[in-house]
Ligand binder design. Sequence first.
Ligand code: F2R
Ligand code: MG
Ligand code: MG
Length: 315
Amino acid sequence: MKTTLLDRFQGSLIGLTVGDALGGKFEGQTAAHILSRVPSLDALMQYPAKSLWYTDDTQMMIGVAETLITHQSMEEEALCKAFVQNYVSSRGYGQGARAVLEAMEEGRDYLFTANNIFPGGSYGNGAAMRVAPIGLFFRDHLQELISQARLSALPTHTHPLGIEGAIILAGAVGYVSIIDSIDKNTFLDHLFTVSSSSVFQEKIELTRRISRPEAIIQLGNGIAAQESVITAIACFLQSPDSFEETIGHAIFLGGDTDTIAAMAGAISGAYLGIDAIPKDLIAKLEDSPKGKAYIFDLAHKLFDLYADKSGSLIL
Ligand code: F2R
Ligand code: MG
Ligand code: MG
């Protein structure tokens, strides 16, 4: 059966959530330690027995999706309000993100904090990990996708690499949501066009030469956008027809496992659709007020708005 566009919207947001929640069990651990806990992909897919709780990655994606649904663009005040309303500090936020969100919450000059907390602003992967809804919603308007991805990053990430990571990830999600069959080099050509720095471009070129999962680690597995965004894309490219393998590659790398799996899961879900995500992993996702039912509903609302704006063009 053909994958519908609604399947892809749901696949991307739920794929991000599953990658984040499963990867969150291993964030910060080494590849060797993870392998000692879960020796195979099957063991990983069956871990843990009970529930999967998402982390800051999904919580911030929810804020981006809510803002898009209300305003159809990254209206700064609304985006900050959504981030603050959703913020639960125990969900594992980055140190800089916490400081910026707390400045927003207290009505302080959050842009001053964002600009000064690290030299040149943050290049963390926090803007990329939350950007998938923009990739979906602006999938057929590349310039708008780029400009909205930039706006979605800016309240917390002002370093050019942090912003560029978000643009590339949105570009990846948008691109795969349109195609039925992937050609690695054409996809990487597209990402090269969307990118702007030699830092990312060199990694895009390196990805062309990666053909084994063990080689993906060359791209990095860290918390910086430049150490994780292309890594997530390579995890998807290694197994474009399998959601499980895609997030497995991401998690077995160690390091920033929740975020690399969230980004890889968002791309894989946008390409394969919701039916490619194992039902028992979805069943284990948290049922909190903004848990899986809410995220399914966000994807549906985003799809309805997209269909309205696109008219008869949607597939
Ligand atoms: N922060 C984490 N995990 C760490 C531990 C969590 C622990 N389990 C807990 O519960 O406390 N995960 C989440 O953070 C990443 C996304 O981070 P984001 O939103 O980009 O935050 P931040 O703080 O802006 O950047 C992250 C770190 O990157 C380094 N950094 C950024 N810019 C820098 C610069 N210009 N110079 C030097 N270093 C820079 C800093 O160490 C930042 O703290 C995701 O992994 C998410 O899951
Ligand atoms: Mg996280
Ligand atoms: Mg992380």
